[in-house]
Design a protein around this ligand. Structure first.
Ligand code: PLP
Length: 435
């Protein structure tokens, strides 16, 4: 068998360089052919500054505004509520800092509510705001990584300026009940005679979940292009019209004063194309990847019965991202598994990182109360519809053999933490960028 990119790799130009079997779609996706084709004219003849008055500028402006309309149509929003950014991290920073500061300015308070399992873009933005007088509350989750809408609503106070809850978790694939959270927060806000904006980090949701902002009940939403077939360095911030916002990037006043800087027209066009296609295909994406995921899970559990699935058990499509599998293999190091799989042509991610003397388990696994000795053996495999059953079966053969070999080689897995502890010794510098 071959692990090379199969013929007819629909919609996708190529896997990342050197890749044979790419099971890391949650980290990034290849750029779709259609997105590249859509952006090319704006890298050539349509490359003028969209603020310029001449014909070239007008052509660029038209491309940009068409892209904005396309994104707005996907979100069920107005085009003027769509801001193009450089990616998920920028959208989230702008959302949290921009709304929190404007809310405080307007006298709405300086209290923020979020969950313990958010991406670092959210958590570190919260820490940043705490340095400037905000108070943030981190609501715990259950053992599957799910936040309780009632607990989030209960954390809302008369001085709450903003609530932020992720739509789907990037590590363990848990889908948060975002519409129920929105309803609970709205009800609580009504009781307080307040209007409290809700932001959702929807970065992991675009390939498989609906994004209609009214149906979700969210006021602010962040997306990242490279998670759904657009180039890296492209993103969207949706800002409902009446939500107070203080721009975080000042300058020439582009994007209706909300994000200055000459617009990345080609990137916005590629993002809009990829987003429309991803959303049109999301049901078939979910069907195909969940079938592959279930085959992979069943095969791995049969070969490694002591492996533990993190996050919700696959079931109804609204509990777990269809393409996400996150497993702990007791007695091995996730990083060692990832390296060994890489040598066999398979690319995926580990759920814990070893620094020189300590283990750095993910904050998500810790929040879910996964014991440290299990967390260090965690591996994330994220599928795409282009993966074949034959490739899944290859992983089902190779991965258990790797786990067996690593167990035979043995060695202490907990260099500085007593066995049975549920938390690692957290180092000051965080070595792992999590995607
Ligand atoms: N939020 C989540 C849930 C993510 O998974 C990521 C990236 O992995 C981000 C935010 C950051 O997005 P970007 O890589 O576009 O900065």
């Amino acid at each position: 068998m071959t692990l090379d990119t199969p013929e007819g790799y629909r919609g996708i130009v190529t896997t990342p360089p050197g890749c044979r079997l790419y099971l890391d779609s949650a980290a990034s996706t290849p750029v779709r052919t259609e997105a590249i084709e859509a952006m090319l004219p704006f890298l050539r003849e349509g490359s003028a500054n969209p603020s310029a008055l001449h014909a070239g500028g007008r052509r660029a402006r038209e491309g940009l505004e068409r892209a904005r309309e396309q994104v707005a149509a996907v979100l069920g929003a107005q085009p003027e509520e769509v801001v193009f950014t450089s990616g998920g991290t920028e959208s989230i920073n702008a959302a949290l800092k921009g709304v929190a500061l404007a809310q405080r300015d307007a006298g709405a308070g300086a209290h923020l509510v979020t969950t313990e399992v958010e991406h670092h873009a959210v958590l570190h933005s919260m820490h940043y705001l705490e340095r400037f007088g905000f108070e943030a509350e981190y609501v715990p989750v259950d053992g599957e990584g799910r936040a309780d809408p009632e607990e989030i609503a209960a954390a809302v106070r008369p001085d709450t300026a903003l609530v932020s809850t992720m739509y789907a978790n990037n590590e363990v694939g848990t889908i948060e009940p975002i519409a129920l959270i929105a309803e609970a927060v709205r009800e609580r806000a009504r009781a307080l005679d307040r209007r409290i904006p809700l932001h959702t980090d929807a970065v992991q949701a675009a390939s498989s979940l609906p994004l209609d902002v009214d149906a979700l009940g969210v006021d602010v939403l962040s997306l990242s292009g490279h998670k759904f077939g657009a180039p890296k360095g492209t993103g969207v911030l949706y800002l409902r019209r009446d939500v107070p916002f203080l721009e975080q990037i000042s300058g020439g006043g582009q994007e209706r004063q909300r994000r200055s800087g000459t617009e990345n027209v080609a990137g916005a066009v590629a993002l809009a194309t990829a987003l429309s296609l991803a959303q049109a295909e999301r049901e078939s994406f979910a069907r195909t990847t969940s079938a592959l995921r279930d085959r992979l899970l069943a095969g791995l559990l049969a070969a490694c019965p002591d492996a533990r699935l993190n996050g919700p058990h696959p079931g109804p499509l609204d509990v777990r991202l269809p393409h996400n599998l996150h497993l702990c293999f007791p007695g091995v190091e996730g990083e060692a598994v990832v390296r060994a799989l890489d040598e066999r042509g398979v690319e995926c991610s580990a759920g814990a990182a070893c620094t020189s003397t300590t283990w750095e388990p993910s904050h998500v696994l810790l929040a879910m109360a996964v014991p440290l000795e299990l967390a260090i053996g965690s591996v994330r495999l994220t599928l795409s519809p282009e993966v074949t059953e034959e490739q899944v079966d290859y992983v089902v053969r190779e991965l258990p053999a790797i786990v067996r070999r690593l167990r035979e080689e043995g060695g202490s897995l907990l260099p500085s933490t007593p066995a049975g502890a549920t938390g690692g010794t957290l180092s000051a510098a965080e070595p792992l960028a999590r995607s």
